[in-house]
Design a protein around this ligand. Structure first.
Ligand code: NAP
Length: 482
């Protein structure tokens, strides 16, 4: 009997999952997408300066080079176009139902019933969550937010039509988003105040146009494209790959690069403000070419006094000063530990996801959940990060989930990972993660859970590839549905 598969989310993960299912001849899949367009993070994030700090000739599916990209670090718009092109080329777009927010999924012993926000029920034999980790905005609880008279927006909900020319802009937060915004907006706005709670280490990178001859080579030869992909992968692993292991030499190189870059800030007082007191790599490294130039412009102020409240005309800091603004961007990050939630998920014997996750995010290799048969995840809890591109993580997860689905279809079974085995593997990941700089480096970040333990798996790319190569079905409970 044909199996119906529902994928939640039409970002990079959902699109690739669709491509993989079609490869297995599983054309009866439906992608439910909350938004009105595909592209996930590259559709959502349209703030000034949005770009990807992973080189674009590597930030692609490995089998589909980005032949149209114009710069080493592609803009968000170019990446959004890439995912559109690929989704069209592989016929994925026709499977997407936009504006469909999934609020619940319930297992009845054979199938899932997926409930949408409009009250519709969609039946599915298999559900694949491809919802991403960085989508639910973290809106800080700063008093007075609703009183602001100007334009106020989270970075990931920014209206790209808004012209920043001559505005008095405030940016709260200096993670990767805040740094990109500050760098891009500084040359346009009248005045920019960056509210910085904790300084960031900034790793220097150099953007450049992709030479015509490189683009021509990539368009005409898959081997040439692959050579560029491999070269950028090697470069990325050289710079950040070692964050998860004990490569001291690489750590020293990274620190030297960051410190030298910081040394380009001429004013000692500003340099001191921008100097972190924790280890390089503890927070997700921010990559930038122009941030330090931007904060040295006369119209830019880095404000380190704490924020007391937001008022109609600006931000008041705890020293009583009012920073007058007409536009305020909250580059304050995401609830990275939401995963599927606020979706309500109920698996075998009425076990809910909230119950399963009461203590910690129990999962199996970030791709499956005990007691949730035939519910699979791409880039789920404890996915690797920080040391490799999320697209390689997605590609490996999709390959693995694809094999699980193949077996579900071939044998008419439902698969859920064994609970004890899942916990055992998770405990090992946590122990290893406690030896990384994310935990020992003396900072807080979205990599850490509420107990301060990393919720990111410190797997290296070769380890991830080995781990995701073939499912170990001995770890799964097999429910016969025949
Ligand atoms: P983030 O790294 O979590 O940074 C959030 C920023 O907001 C931090 O500076 C944080 O300060 C500050 N903040 C949060 N709550 C605050 C409050 N109540 N008051 C004052 N400041 C507050 O978020 P993000 O910059 O959006 O980046 C998230 C992740 O998205 C990145 O780590 C990266 O993985 C991804 N990303 C990637 C790219 C790319 O080019 N590939 C670009 C953008 C984002 P503290 O440090 O003090 O907490």
């Amino acid at each position: 009997m044909a199996k119906r598969i529902v994928i939640i989310g039409a970002g990079a993960a959902g699109i690739l999952m669709g491509i993989r299912l079609a490869e297995s001849g599983l054309e009866d899949y439906l992608i439910l997408e909350r938004s009105d367009d595909l592209g996930g993070t590259w559709h959502r994030n349209r703030y000034p300066g949005v770009a990807c700090d992973v080189p674009a000739l590597y930030y692609s599916y490995s089998f589909e080079p980005n032949t149209e990209v114009t710069r080493k670090f592609a803009s968000g718009a170019e990446l959004w176009s890439y995912f559109h092109r690929i989704a069209t080329r592989y016929g994925v777009t026709d499977h997407i139902r936009f504006g469909t927010d999934v609020v619940a999924a319930d297992w009845d012993g054979r199938r899932w019933t997926v409930t949408t926000a409009s009250g519709e029920f969609v039946e599915a034999d298999v559900v694949v969550s491809a919802v991403g980790r960085l989508d639910r905005p973290n809106l800080p609880a700063i008093p007075g937010m609703e009183d602001f008279a100007g334009v106020l927006s989270h970075s990931s909900r920014w209206d790209p039509e808004l012209d920043l020319t001559d505005r008095r802009l405030g940016v709260i937060g200096n993670g990767s988003s805040g740094v990109q915004i500050t760098t891009a907006a500084s040359s346009v706005v009248e005045q920019l105040t960056l509210f910085q709670r904790t300084p960031q280490w900034i790793f220097p990178v150099q953007d450049e146009p992709i030479a015509d001859k490189v683009q021509a080579a990539i368009r005409s030869s898959r081997d040439a494209a692959r050579a560029h992909y491999d070269a950028f992968e090697a470069e990325l692993l050289r710079t950040i790959g070692g964050i998860v292991d004990d490569d001291q030499r690489a750590a020293e190189d990274r620190e030297r690069a960051c410190r030298e870059f910081l040394g380009t800030v001429r004013d000692p007082a500003l340099r001191a403000k921008l100097t972190p007191d924790y280890a390089v790599g503890c927070k997700r490294l921010v990559m930038s070419e122009g941030f330090y130039d931007a904060v040295q412009r006369p119209n830019v102020t880095v404000e380190t006094t704490g924020i007391e409240r937001i008022e109609p005309t600006g931000v008041r800091t705890t020293d009583g000063r009012l920073h007058e603004l007409d536009t305020l961007i909250l580059a304050t990050g995401f609830h990275a530990d939401n995963y599927l939630r606020p979706m309500r998920v109920t698996g075998t014997d009425g076990r809910t996801l909230d119950e399963l996750w009461a203590e910690t995010y129990v999962n199996y290799k970030s791709v499956a959940l005990p007691h949730m048969p035939n519910l699979f995840l791409v880039n789920g809890p404890f996915s690797p990060g920080g040391s490799q591109s999320v697209l390689t993580v997605i590609e490996n997860h999709v390959g693995y989930v694809g094999q699980l689905v193949d077996r579900v279809v071939a044998e008419d079974v439902a698969l859920s990972p064994d609970h004890t085995r899942s916990v055992e593997l998770l405990d090992a990941i946590k122990e290893r993660a406690k030896r990384t700089v994310w935990y020992t480096g003396g900072c807080t970040s979205w990599y850490l859970d509420r107990d301060g333990v990393p919720l990111v798996n410190p797997l290296t790319l070769p380890e991830l590839q080995a781990d995701m190569k073939t499912p170990d079905f001995a770890d799964f409970v097999v429910h016969d549905l025949r």
